[in-house]
Design a protein around this ligand. Structure first.
Ligand code: GLA
Length: 723
């Protein structure tokens, strides 16, 4: 609920369990007052009293450091606030100084859709606070959307040029919040290809801690999420904040820690080499940031994010819809297949309970390796006699749906498309292009290119009865240049590229509502809320090893729902790590997400086929929990000798526990009493596999005794309330 205390000039934003407050101070500046557990609306006067110690002195605004102490909602540049600014405005004469003063506010029920960008779909109320730059014609709108049922606060910022002369933005982050001083640590999700979103926690030291991507995609290396832990904070206790960007391109989030002031957290579009020109009357809209608060630890923060994304960001018709169980041929064949081979895989998949066959890379142009044909989205008839239609029909005959892999944003130099339209590729004359995975990227800042790709993909979907699309993106952006933008707007390139991608995603998903789209970016290089707005599921990682996946899925779960993680059972030994892990454990770990297979089913033994059938049946039992339940992280693969996660239904009547044991020097290293969290303490539960009953409080406080597990062995237990 949003409340404005007119007398004290304090804004209260109240979500489910938090209050966020701001005040207009004596000198007319908007000052951040409080972010934390709920307080009362009558506390305006008290907040003003507390805040007065940090206010600039009335009538003496030029005192050194006056603004530096003030907790702000939007940092400005070169006028007494020496922390990183949130927005930098360059005037026609080159002057950069700014200072933002409160002008007024607007209130509305609900929230507005941001045209052309992913954003929150619903919110109860929205507050827009308007600031005006004292030294230019820029007007800043700070936008806050809140919902009574959520602990996530949605923020963004618009800049409008109210004058006639041009201004140029050199930085335009989405939000800024100055938290109180104290001891903080940062939780980041860092990694690389096949090892995405590894948890990393480190104390925040004096100065700037920055996570960023300059790759044109949110990246394998750093996820656009930052957790801020205050003092002693763990999985189920302590105060923490989260920042998550609803953006899939180059981003930055900074945490600036200073003893004299506080902790400034801000972020948005990466400002390195960014610029955006605003002519008179024009407006720049930043992507949204999703801020979250919890005083019950990181587990609760994660559950707030999962609920928020499912309820308010992911397409409502898909958020809780049963996901197709797929068999994907990539690791079964790589580029080496024929129609006959695919038919045999489809034959093999029949009767197992799988519902969709997804044909991966290699079906188009002359694509027999990664050196050619991206952009030529027509079938390679030499490989696939009768075209993909034949494969699609064969699937249907055998009771399966048909899906296909595409990489719409790419172009190979060895392709018909490149020979006809070399100008479609991102390139700068005289600059040797980086050829990552032997490919170039299409210049999606150009509408003509977006329109062309749209028409080709639309035709492909219509002509081949495709019901599932795996949309890949296998390289980052380099040589950021488009001749269409002219010399003044090259700093807009990266963001304009993202706007092109979003418009393509929006058009395809809106036109083909019944087609299920899965995102992929060489595994999980573009795993973010921006993508989840269009596609409800993302290929989590190219690493499907059931040990590595415990870490990848654990890290991903800090800010994304398990239902968004595409998790497949692949062959053993694993193709990425060479590690051999039982089919049972591979199935158990994959069942903690959107389930499927990524192996050659024709090579399964009779017994393995029976196990796969059983696995799918078991998965069907818990599919609803994966879609709508609450995740509890019980034992971390990062610092324990076993991994344990449990998903509990919202009404706490059912739960699903998965444990995997890792390398331990001795059998007895394994802590066998696992305390469960998330059940209702007063309810009585039965653990099906143990045939034993206990109260929720016993399962929480005494725990369950795990069987003796050898390396990489696992259990997957079903827990249900006894009524
Ligand atoms: C990427 C994806 C894989 C597969 C290959 C095909 O690496 O992450 O799943 O689709 O491309 O080239």
């Amino acid at each position: 609920m949003i409340v404005f205390d007119e007398k004290q000039k304090v804004f209260f934003l109240n979500g489910k369990n938090y209050t966020y407050a701001m005040a207009v101070n004596e000198c007319g500046f908007l000052q951040h007052s409080y972010y934390g557990a709920k307080i009362e609306r009558c506390d305006g006067e008290y907040l003003r009293f507390i805040g007065s110690f940090k206010e600039p002195r009335v009538g003496n605004l030029n005192m050194d450091e006056d603004f530096h102490r003030m907790p702000s909602e939007c940092g400005f540049y070169a006028h007494g606030d020496f922390r990183e600014p949130t927005v930098i405005i360059e005037n026609e004469d080159g002057a950069l100084t700014s200072r933002f003063r409160y002008v007024g506010y607007e209130y509305k029920k609900g929230c507005d859709k941001i045209e052309g960008m992913p954003c929150v779909r619903k919110a109860d109320e929205t507050l827009t606070i308007i600031l005006k730059d004292d030294f230019s014609n820029a007007e800043i709108s700070l936008i806050y959307s809140v919902s009574d049922d959520s602990d996530v606060l949605v923020r963004s910022l618009n800049v409008r040029n109210l004058g006639n002369e041009k201004i140029r933005l050199k930085k335009a982050f989405s939000f800024c919040v100055d938290l109180d001083g104290g001891e903080y640590s940062a939780l980041r999700l860092s990694g690389r290809w096949a090892q995405e979103r590894m948890e990393e926690v480190a104390p925040l030291a004096h100065g700037i801690t920055k996570i960023q991507s300059l790759r044109g995609i949110s990246s394998h290396h750093t996820n656009p999420f930052l957790g801020i832990l205050k003092g002693d904070c763990g999985e189920s206790f302590g105060e923490c904040f989260g920042v998550q960007l609803c953006y899939s391109g180059s981003f930055a989030v900074t945490a600036e820690y200073e003893k004299v002031s506080s902790l400034r957290i801000q972020g948005g579009i990466n400002d390195t080499a960014f610029s955006w020109t605003l002519n008179g009357g024009e407006k720049f809209v930043t992507p949204q940031a999703f801020l979250a608060y919890s005083n019950e630890g990181l587990g609760s923060l994660s559950r707030s994010y999962a609920d928020f994304l499912r309820e308010k960001v992911i397409r409502p018709d898909l958020a809780y819809k049963k996901r197709p169980i797929v068999i994907n041929n990539w690791e079964a064949t790589y580029f080496d297949f024929t129609s006959e081979k695919l038919f045999s895989i489809i034959d093999g998949a029949k009767g197992l309970g799988i519902d969709t066959f997804v044909l991966d890379d290699g079906w188009f142009g002359k694509r027999n390796s990664d050196e050619t044909s991206l952009g030529d989205w027509f079938v390679n008839e030499e490989k696939l006699k009768g075209g993909i239609k034949e494969i699609s029909r064969y699937c249907q005959k055998n009771g399966l749906k048909f899906g296909i892999w595409i990489e719409p944003e790419m172009i190979s130099e060895d392709s018909e498309l490149y020979r006809t339209h070399p100008d479609y590729a991102i390139q700068k004359e005289g600059v040797e292009p980086c050829r990552i995975r032997n490919q170039l990227v299409l210049d999606l800042t150009r509408k003509e290119v977006v329109d062309y790709i749209y028409s080709v993909i639309a035709k492909l979907i219509i002509e081949n009865e495709i019901s599932y699309v795996k949309w890949d993106m296998n390289r980052c952006l380099t040589e950021l240049y488009s001749k269409d933008l002219g010399s003044e707007k090259q700093g807009e390139f990266s963001h304009r590229y993202m706007l092109g991608v979003y418009s393509l995603m929006e058009r395809l998903t809106e036109t083909f509502k019944e087609v299920f789209f899965e995102a992929c970016s060489a595994g999980g290089a573009r795993y973010d809320a921006g993508i989840l707005y269009y596609f409800s599921q993302i290929w989590t990682s190219d690493d499907t090893d059931a040990y590595e996946r415990t870490k990848i899925q654990w890290g991903t779960s800090y800010c994304y729902p398990v239902s968004s993680m595409s998790c497949h059972v692949s062959a053993s030994p694993n193709h990425q790590t060479g590690r051999a892990i039982s089919l049972k454990t591979r199935g158990a770990i994959a069942s903690l997400g959107a389930f499927g297979y990524e192996l050659d089913v024709t090579k399964l033994t009779k017994e393995e086929r029976e196990s796969v059938k059983e696995q799918i049946k078991e998965y069907e039992r818990i599919a609803d929990l994966v879609l709508s339940g609450d995740l509890y992280r019980l034992s971390s693969p990062f610092n324990k000798d076993h991994f344990a996660q449990m998903i509990v239904s919202k009404d706490k009547s059912t739960a699903y526990l998965v444990v995997e044991r890792f390398l331990g020097a001795k059998e007895f290293d394994f802590v066998r009493n696992l305390k469960l969290d998330g059940l209702a303490e007063e309810k009585i539960y039965k653990i099906e596999e143990l045939n034993v009953t206990a109260s929720g409080s016993a399962l929480k406080n005494v725990g369950v005794v795990l069987p003796k597990l050898l390396d990489f062995e696992s259990v997957a237990w079903h827990i249900a309330e006894v009524k």
